[in-house]
Design a protein around this ligand. Structure first.
Ligand code: GCB
Length: 588
């Protein structure tokens, strides 16, 4: 008892040292084309609502046989229950469905002695939301942000022979996180993307950015470790160039004319980069994306985005995704006549953009600066900026990605404006070649697009729910008349719930017939607004969310054009498909 009381005194303290050693964008290494050792599979697991593990230091417990222990223990990280990684714990057991707190993952890893100077990096594809890493009892670092990858160098931490890796993952929603406590998607928890170990030479390629810039292919290489030059090979373009590295960074402009990547011609080139014995590969498409006035241009051609919004969600697997799931998603988007997907409201699995590159889809990628986060808090800002950097560094070689979105429906306060301007600076610094957007605000009293952020971004995203949250469609026309945007507007959301199951009503709100009517009226109205350069209605599939509990929702947002089974198409699907087919026919 006395010991427990003492531990409680330390409650406020225990987290502090962990905050000192953040894993962030600076610690990422470039992993495309590397052969890693997969650490997916069964890990020992325990939920820990009271954070007992941090106070009792479960991570420092030795893997002894229970009969040899001299102190009592409340959890044995080396024995007991296991769960598969990747997974979301909510999907594994009913009793974990609403669990929100810390959970411990442990597994052993046997490695050989590292040959002189070589290095090892552990990469976690994503863990929701904060993840503390311990190796052989030592705290290595922690990562904030539930949807971006992070790396930790473990060259010294792993020893030859058997090692123990422990992760403490916490999905508690707090006011200072990004997103904060209130979202319209389910708060899954766990290590829900792949975990791998990479071995590299002493010099490691951390960054590779290949893009078309002012008519030339530009390649930037960033390395960590001793190396004065890097080599860039794009065999199909006859490129084999050496570039000098200064303080670990070098850039080269290549005088070549690649075939341009476009949705109807998703041409990709193999690129290989070497530095100090380290080698990475990528497959990269080259294209341009611009805005001029209220227009968008892809490779100099006017562009209209025939889109659909998507979440990363699955009835059975939660936020944990697979290639088959992503291919099915793109097949549905293709059937719908889309050339564009909004990956809302957080970074999706990196495979989404890799497949979009191959299949020929344009993407909007986003960070979860969603609704009213703690804009005045410097720690919240650091977290958001880091998530944005990690997303951009992960996906900036994907031709499919044309827009970085920095937020969704945030109240127009001074603190928010300052925060968002900081994010536009980060996005432009990391990647000056893409457009920046955010779902901006409409002043419903004055019926006008009115958001101070609009003039700092390239594309004004607009979420409007006429026919659902707002009744009078004439007001949408009025907004069209009263607004005079000087840059492209994309309707980043619109839609209505439709319950297609046996529980769904015949007509009126929540019926699939009413959902269809809303789509018909939206299309008719939006077609009259001259400055709209695309739409991505809300949403492809119904998705799980805690806050939707009426008799038709039953824990799901039912605005999908297809049910949560990812199979049953609602009538609105056909309405949007017919509209997009018409637009395509006009384009051809
Ligand atoms: C929105 C949000 C989205 C919600 C949607 C809705 O404006 O951006 O996250 O799911 O509306 O269904 O209300």
């Amino acid at each position: 008892l006395a010991e427990n009381a003492l531990q409680c005194l330390h409650d406020e303290d225990y987290d502090r040292p962990f905050n000192l050693q953040n894993l962030n964008a600076e610690t990422l290494i470039f992993t495309r084309g590397r052969q890693g050792l997969s650490l997916d599979g069964d890990w020992n697991f325990c939920v820990d609502l009271l954070d007992t593990g941090l106070r009792q230091k479960w991570f420092s417990m030795l893997p002894e046989a229970p009969e040899d222990r001299i102190e009592p223990w409340d959890y044995d990280p080396y024995q007991g229950e296991t769960v598969p990684v990747p997974s979301c714990w909510q999907m594994l057991k009913e009793k974990w469905y609403f669990f929100e707190g810390s959970a411990w993952y442990t597994r052993s890893l046997t490695v050989d002695e590292l040959a002189g100077g070589r290095r090892r990096f552990l990469r976690i594809g994503a863990a929701q939301y904060d993840c503390k890493v311990f190796i052989n009892g030592a705290f290595i670092g922690n990562h904030y942000g539930g949807s971006t990858p992070f790396c930790v160098e473990v060259s010294d931490a792993l020893r030859a022979g058997e090692n123990w890796i422990m992760l403490c993952v916490n999905n508690t929603r707090t006011l200072d996180r990004v997103p904060m406590r209130n979202t319209d998607w389910f708060n899954y928890g766990g290590v829900y993307r792949e975990v791998s170990l990479y071995e590299t030479p002493a010099t490691v390629i951390r960054g590779l950015f290949a893009r078309l810039s002012e008519g030339r292919v530009k390649v930037t290489v960033e390395v960590d470790g001793p190396s004065e030059a890097a080599r860039v090979v794009i065999a199909e373009l006859g490129v084999d160039e050496s570039l000098a590295l200064d303080l670990g960074r070098g850039e080269v402009d290549l005088d070549v004319s690649p075939e341009l990547w476009a949705p109807d011609h998703p041409k990709l080139y193999d690129i290989r980069v070497e530095a100090g014995g380290d080698v990475v590969h990528d497959r990269v498409g080259f294209r341009t994306i611009e805005r001029r006035g209220t227009d968008l241009y892809l490779n100099g051609q006017p562009l209209f985005l025939r889109g659909i919004s998507v979440h990363e969600d699955d009835e059975l697997r939660g936020k944990c995704t697979s290639e088959a799931d992503l291919r099915q998603r793109f097949a549905h988007a293709r059937d719908l006549g889309c050339n564009f997907l909004r990956l809302a409201h957080y970074p999706h699995h990196e495979m989404a953009a890799e497949l979009a590159d191959e299949l020929g889809f344009l993407l909007w990628e986003e960070i979860p600066v969603y609704w009213a986060i703690d804009f005045a808090n410097p720690a919240t800002r650091r977290d958001a900026e880091n998530q944005l950097r990690e997303l951009i560094r992960r996906d900036r070689n994907r031709a499919s990605v044309i827009i970085w979105s920095i937020g969704n429906e945030n109240p127009d306060t001074d603190a928010r404006l300052d925060f968002m301007r900081g994010l536009t600076d980060v996005a432009r610094e990391e990647d000056p070649t893409r457009l920046i957007s955010a779902a901006c605000l409409v002043n419903h009293a004055r019926l006008k697009i009115e958001d101070r952020l609009a003039r700092h971004i390239d594309v004004i995203g607009l979420n409007e729910y006429y026919g659902w949250y707002e009744e009078n469609f004439d007001e949408l026309i009025e907004i069209g008349r009263n607004s005079d945007p000087d840059r492209p507007v994309v309707i980043s959301e619109t839609g209505a719930d439709g319950d297609h199951t046996v529980h769904g009503p015949e007509k009126g709100l929540f019926s699939i017939s009413y959902q269809r009517e809303v789509y018909e009226k939206q299309i008719e109205t939006l077609s009259r607004l001259s400055y709209i350069r695309g739409i991505s209605p809300w949403i492809l599939y119904d998705f799980r969310v805690e806050r939707r509990q009426n008799v038709f929702q039953r824990g799901f947002n039912r605005k999908g054009l297809i049910g949560a089974d990812k199979t049953t198409r609602k009538p609105a699907f056909e309405v949007l498909r017919a509209f997009y087919e018409g637009l395509k026919a006009k384009d051809d």
